[in-house]
Ligand binder design. Structure first.
Ligand SMILES: *Cc1c(COP(=O)(O)O)cnc(C)c1O
Length: 401
């Protein structure tokens, strides 16, 4: 079944936006928006903007931007890799990684069929890199079955009838599994398995810092099992733009060329790198807080004991909460619309006007994501709003003919 996100996510945003704008508020009441659609929606704070304004810059294509160089060096240190490259997006970081690892046209990359690389990156590995995807089932915890992975690798190993398998891509945290962090043991096993057959491992680590914080280990402990990792700077880190690709020195040298090929070479990019520096300086504390808020919300939903929706609190490991909408008469899209809308009754009962934005994720679930612009109070307001909406929905359903 197609998820609503594929059918009209954009239209939905417009509908939500219209709802929000058309909300009739009591005089003097101010609309408070709690935007839980994604951790990409953060806006740079004053401190970040000041750092951007004051950044020392140069032509990064000549290797002369000191702020970019410093970011790349500190990222390499953080991830325990020989080098790192600043790129415009994690999408590009992943594509560059695939292009560096897969040296043959028609090479095969093995990855989960829910993987961001496969689902949300416009098939760049196929249409740009000329690389073929071999898909495996993603388990609910974001892992793949290793026996199955080995079977698929073995099948083509040394065979002239199969595409050459050259790369395994992991996703950590796993986005569509709801931000699950991959266990260290699993990372090690995947690496050992891949190397046994001469394959490499790339980790799509757009949210790998969330995983590291959740597991209480330095990010280098996750990266050590991979031949390269990508890291998104415009999610939990809170920067407006950017990502990093980290790996061995030769890979990063090759990645520099591929970045250029893809049009991702930037000039005075230090203004962007400066924002990332500020975000990275306090990322651990930011992500800790995001995870606490997400857990608080998950527990709060469970405590409501609603028949309409529920959360599995044990599945909430990082900053993402997947809410299952089990009442057949209410779709996740409708529930998102109700959360976003503000009625005069609500303002009267609650004494404030809160619009909560979440993302209808699949047939029976919606997604809420925590980030640095969401406080503990916002989290409580979102819970209060959910309770109000669920009570209203239940009452309407009872009274429906
Ligand atoms: C967001 C995301 C990306 C892409 O990040 P951009 O910087 O927006 O291109 C890649 N992989 C995963 C798992 C993501 O969540």
């Amino acid at each position: 079944p197609l998820c609503p996100k594929f059918r009209g996510g954009h239209t939905l945003f417009i509908i939500i936006f219209k709802y929000v704008c058309s909300a009739r508020l009591p005089r003097g009441a101010k609309l408070h928006v709690v935007d839980l659609r994604s951790d990409t929606v953060t806006k740079p704070r004053l401190e970040m903007r000041q750092a951007m304004a004051q950044a020392e810059v140069g032509d990064d294509d000549y290797g002369e931007d000191p702020t970019v160089n410093e970011l790349q060096q500190s990222a390499a240190n953080l991830l325990g890799m020989e080098g790192a490259l600043f790129v415009p997006s994690a999408t590009m970081a992943n594509l560059i990684a695939v292009m560096c690892h897969c040296r043959h046209r028609g090479a095969q990359v093995l990855l989960g069929k829910e993987a961001h690389i496969y689902v949300y990156e416009h098939g760049g590995v196929a249409q740009v890199a000329g690389v073929h995807c071999q898909l495996l089932q993603d388990l609910p915890d974001g892992m793949m079955d290793l026996d199955k992975l080995e079977q698929v690798i073995q099948q083509g190993h040394g065979s002239r009838y199969h595409p050459r398998s050259e790369l395994v891509c992991l996703e950590n945290t796993h986005s569509s599994a709801g931000g699950r962090a991959l266990p260290l043991q699993y990372l090690q096993e995947v690496r050992e398995l891949a190397e046994r057959y001469g394959l490499r491992v790339h980790m799509d680590g757009a949210r790998m810092l969330n995983a590291a914080v959740a597991q209480g280990v330095p990010p280098a402990r996750l990266a050590q099992h991979c031949h390269s990792v990508s890291l998104c700077l415009s999610k939990g880190v809170g920067a407006p733009v950017g990502a990093l690709l980290a790996g061995p020195r030769e890979l990063i040298a090759e990645a520099w060329r591929v970045r250029k090929l893809l049009g991702g070479g930037m000039r005075q990019a230090g203004v962007l790198a400066a924002a990332a520096h500020v975000g990275l300086d306090r990322v651990e504390e930011t992500l800790q807080r995001d995870h606490v808020n997400a857990r608080h919300f998950a527990q709060g939903v469970q405590d409501l004991g609603s028949h309409i929706c529920s959360v599995d609190p044990t599945a909430v490991e990082t900053n993402i909460v997947m809410v299952t909408v089990s009442a057949p008469w209410l779709s996740p899209t409708e529930l998102c619309e109700r959360l976003a809308a503000v009625s005069p009754e609500e303002s009267a009962v609650m004494g404030h006007a809160v619009s909560v934005l979440a993302f209808p994720w699949a047939q029976r679930s919606l997604r809420a994501v925590w980030h640095c612009d969401i406080s503990a109070r916002d989290t409580q307001l979102a819970l209060d709003k959910l309770r109000f909406v669920l009570e209203a929905c239940e009452q309407e359903h009872r009274e429906a003919p």
